[in-house]
Design a protein around this ligand. Structure first.
Ligand code: HEM
Ligand code: SF4
Length: 552
């Protein structure tokens, strides 16, 4: 877990005081809307459809139980009793009262949290694998590097006013669970000829109105050069990125304009001035940060204890949950647990105050007081002893956080859409719920297997619809809500942007279109073939034909 030092504490305290005064002046009419806007955005405060929206930073998705309890308390006292977990591992509150936001920030500061750099043209929250540090396929722990990036990027004087927002994702595992290919910078583990592990550097990925898969500009970056190389990339972007047109300002547009080779060459040139300079990471620096993330006191346990195997044999519902919602752990006798926030009928990613408190309690009782926010908008308990899984499952079920659907079609990633967001073309929550309802039969859902369905309410793509195996995008047609379907997107090592299959659908027709897509998959799949594999093998045509076939 990251640790605050005196500098962090002071910085956050001072920011609360500044923002309290700024808010007071705005409410007193001493600051105009235009003057207040950049100030509030520096503290993650947006003006939304019904109320302000506050985005709270959760560094690389890491939470301590005490922090989650505080978020629950804030949800209850300052909001309407819930928060929304985002695809960038943060949490958003949808209903705070503007005059109370300084109080919320003050409450957050008591548990080492804040909303700094959750908005604006700066380096945003760095994201990582929700299973960092515990994943069975991890080559090195990315968290010390995330923490180094957090400290380097927070109020970095040179990179506080970039051409546009900037997102970095880091993954130290073989399987890329941090969507590194669609970030401004993705850092994914790679090995050199000597067998050392470092970073593959991917630049210029991103979604939004011009979705792009990133380009690899360096196959192997030794880890000690992380910051000097990031400095070089950001300098090139800061200098050459377009500031004349907001829609062409992201680094992906620059990389495309310069070409991968041209951009990489500029970075290497810039790096020559920086390489081996003062920002080079010394062994002892890395060890210092790594010590924050040392192993908790795992007990010496064996895999598959009797408590687990007996419960699995006795209870099919538990076995299903175990299969889908728990993941292999590096340490024998443990599993990581995904607490699903995708119950049928619940807005994807929403979490109630009582659920937060319950999850904090499980983190203390069944783990080491830590939780993670997953990119897929679920919560993760990283370290649960296998013998405790059944007891945890019973409690999680009672809190409606044990829907056994992780990775299945109903584990929908979705932005809040038109119900909350002022930029939306269409609502996403009712459509996501309608899909969940249509596919409520667990046997059918399990037969369909892994399918990523991602949903955004407008082309800003907060719900990552481009990289869903099935993506849904809300579009506006003469003031009405319509939904466009894309197929073939994916994240991870085979990252791809999905293709629009044809004209968009009215809200009521989306579930039927999904049902037809699933029929085609079941008819065409080969034994053991996942949805995305069948889709890639047979192409989108058979799906299109079925979905748009005239009804007789
Ligand atoms: C309700 C308030 C929100 C507003 C006003 C908002 C605004 C935006 C805008 C304008 C973009 C496009 C940026 C660009 O193309 O440069 C964007 C992208 C994005 N937002 Fe949001 N958003 C909101 C909520 C969310 C939520 C709830 C999530 C997560 C569920 C989220 C995560 C993202 C992500 C992942 C992108 C990806 C595009 C990229 O950078 O490649 N945002 N958002
Ligand atoms: S995708 Fe559009 S509708 Fe959804 S949260 Fe982002 S800006 Fe709002």
């Amino acid at each position: 877990m990251y640790r605050y030092d005196e500098v962090d504490h002071r910085l956050v305290r001072e920011r609360v005081d500044q923002f309290r005064d700024q808010t007071r002046r705005f409410l007193a009419g001493e600051l105009t809307e235009d003057e207040f806007r950049p100030l509030r955005l520096m503290n993650g405060l947006y003006v939304q459809r019904h109320a302000p929206m506050l985005r709270v930073a959760i560094p690389y998705g890491h939470l301590r139980s005490i922090q989650l309890r505080k978020l629950a308390d804030i949800a209850r006292r300052y909001d309407r009793g819930y928060g929304h977990l985002t695809t960038r591992q943060n949490i958003q509150f949808n209903w705070p009262e503007l005059a109370k936001v300084p109080d919320i920030l003050e409450e957050l500061s008591t548990v080492e949290m804040h909303a700094i750099q959750t908005s604006g043209n700066c380096v945003r929250n760095t994201t990582t694998d929700a299973f960092a540090g515990v994943a069975a396929d991890e080559l090195f722990d990315p968290r010390p590097y995330c923490e180094i990036i957090r400290q380097w990027s927070t109020l970095h004087p040179e990179f506080t006013f970039l051409p546009r927002k900037f997102k970095i994702a880091v993954s130290g595992s073989v399987e890329d669970r941090a969507a590194t290919m669609v970030h401004d910078i993705g850092l994914h583990v790679s090995r050199n000829a000597a067998g050392e592990s470092g970073f593959k550097v991917i630049v210029g990925g991103g979604l939004g109105r011009t979705p792009m898969v990133g380009e690899v500009i360096r196959e192997f970056l030794p880890r000690q050069h992380l910051l000097t190389y990031l400095d070089a990339v950001l300098r090139v972007y800061n200098r050459f990125g377009r500031r004349d047109n907001k829609y062409k300002a992201r680094i992906k547009i620059l990389v495309k304009a310069m070409t991968r080779e041209g951009f990489a060459a500029k970075v290497e040139d810039e790096w020559l001035h920086l390489k081996d300079g003062p920002a080079t990471l010394r062994e002892e620096d890395v060890e210092h940060y790594a010590s924050f993330f040392g192993d908790p006191e795992y007990a010496a346990l064996a895999d598959n204890p009797a408590e687990l195997t007996e419960a699995l044999a006795a209870d099919k519902a538990f076995a299903r949950w175990y299969e889908r919602n728990t993941k292999p752990h590096r340490h024998p006798g443990y599993r990581s647990v995904v607490l699903s926030l995708k119950e049928t009928g619940a807005p994807p990613g929403d979490i109630g105050a009582e659920q937060m408190e319950a999850a904090a309690e499980w983190a203390d009782r069944f783990g080491f007081g830590e939780l993670r926010v997953a990119h897929e908008q679920n919560l993760v308990l990283p370290d649960v002893a296998q013998k405790d899984l059944h007891a945890l499952w019973l409690e999680a079920r009672a809190q409606r956080m044990a829907t056994p659907n992780i990775g299945l079609l109903t584990d929908i990633i979705s932005c809040p859409g038109g119900d909350f967001c002022a930029l939306a073309n269409a609502r996403s929550i009712p459509v996501a719920n309608a899909i969940q309802k249509t596919f409520d039969d667990l046997d059918y859902l399990y037969d369909l297997g892994d399918i990523a369905c991602n949903f955004s309410g407008c082309m800003n793509a907060c719900g990552h619809h481009h990289i869903g195996n099935i993506g849904i995008l809300g579009v506006d047609k003469n003031g009405e809500e319509w939904y466009q379907i894309t197929l073939g997107g994916s994240q991870g090592s085979d990252t791809a942007i999905g293709k629009v299959i044809g004209p968009s659908f009215a809200q009521a027709d989306v579930p039927a279109a999904f049902a037809k897509i699933m029929q085609v998959y079941l008819e065409r799949r080969l034994l053991g073939e996942r949805f995305i594999e069948t889709l890639r093998r047979v192409g989108v045509e058979p799906f299109k034909e079925r979905v748009y076939a005239p009804v007789h």
